[in-house]
Design a protein around this ligand. Structure first.
Ligand code: BTX
Length: 325
């Protein structure tokens, strides 16, 4: 696996220039026949190469699939994504990741699949995960923080994902506190942060990320067609999911390290720039009550401040919100 992955990586970074079989053979200390065999394997997986006599191979196109190899080839991280568990189909990537975390999987381990048959959101709500269209993944984080800080990582992840989407798809999503990304008011991403912890320290955060990427309208089940959208619907372009995943992992690695070192404060400005929540009239639903007010600020600790009609300000740690039009 690793030679194939390294050879692919070289060809991906050649920017349309040919690389000769001899050069690849020299670089990896392999025979030219071995290189040729790896190229054939890659072709079987759907990669298309142009072979130019005396010059070598040019990567012409890549299969629009995600697999561990393709994600790895696109990675720019220190450690995130070193361990990738890729499955065609899973009920949900979350329980799988929980189990791996319990067995000691390192930070940055990801579980990802092409299809979830019972993907879930918060409070056991359903998360629709159409085959081959989206990014359905769970990332294991191991931040050295107390358990009460876990919800902040949802905010950290939202910034990391928003930034990755902006860079790869060239469209700017908005963050709806706490765990949604929207484009044009429609849901493009949901984040589910779950916790494995002792009373005073986090052992692992299992960060579930669902992104609608290459869906056409018909790919969404009817019950969410009016509230959901995909990057393809919004940009008119097919998006390379492996590239987007790699970018998310890069930013997630950076921002979660930043959080552990310095808290939410250095990330807050970026969060606010992406936010569509602050300044809006909102309806807040917590487990205990429903109330209306104006979202006035996010604190340095990532807590939402809501001002009630009577002027009183409340701190909201966890809730669902609706933005009034
Ligand atoms: P949430 O509880 O904030 O949102 C769930 C709600 O979103 C649903 O009740 C439904 O109305 C709507 N919805 C369902 N599917 C979609 C979709 N594909 N696009 C837009 N809206 C939808 C959000 O929860 C957190 C979702 C995390 C999903 C990831 S995927 C990888 C990991 N595995 C897993 O089972 N969950 C996470």
């Amino acid at each position: 696996g690793t030679y194939k992955h390294e050879i692919l990586k070289k060809l991906q970074h050649a920017n349309g220039e040919a690389i000769s079989g001899q050069q690849l053979a020299d670089d990896f200390e392999l025979s030219r026949t071995a290189i040729w065999k790896y190229i054939k394997q890659l072709e079987e997986e759907g990669y298309v190469f142009e072979t130019i006599r005396k010059k070598g191979y040019i990567l012409k196109s890549q299969p629009n699939l995600i697999d561990a190899l393709k994600i790895k080839a696109a990675l720019e991280t220190e450690t995130f994504g070193e361990q990738i568990i890729f499955k065609e189909t899973l009920p949900s990537t979350q329980p799988e990741a929980h189990q791996l975390a319990q067995q000691g999987a390192p930070a940055g381990t990801i579980v990802i699949c092409e299809e979830q048959t019972s993907g879930r959101g918060r409070m056991q709500r359903e998360w629709k995960s159409q085959k081959g269209k989206g990014i359905w993944m769970s990332v294991i984080l191991r931040p050295n923080v107390p358990p009460y800080e876990a919800p902040q990582f949802t905010l950290v992840a939202a910034v990391a994902i928003a930034k990755a989407i902006e860079e790869v798809a060239d469209i700017r999503p908005e963050i709806k506190w706490p765990n949604d990304l929207l484009i044009d008011g429609l849901k493009i991403t949901g984040i589910l942060t779950e916790l494995q912890a002792d009373p005073d320290r986090v052992n692992a955060l299992i960060m579930g990320i669902g992104i609608n990427v290459n869906h056409e309208t018909d790919d969404f089940p009817e019950d969410i067609r009016d509230i959901a959208t995909s990057l393809k619907l919004q940009t008119g372009k097919e998006i390379d999911r492996a590239k987007l995943i790699a970018r998310i992992l890069l930013h997630l690695e950076n921002y979660s390290n930043m959080y552990v070192e310095s808290g939410f404060q250095p990330i807050k400005k970026e969060w606010e720039n992406y936010s569509c929540t602050i300044g809006q009239q909102i309806k807040v639903s917590t487990i205990n009550e429903v109330f209306y007010g104006k979202a006035v600020a996010i604190t340095n600790d990532g807590v939402l401040k809501v001002q009630l009609p009577d002027g009183e300000t409340r701190s909201v740690y966890s809730a669902d919100i609706e933005i009034s039009k």
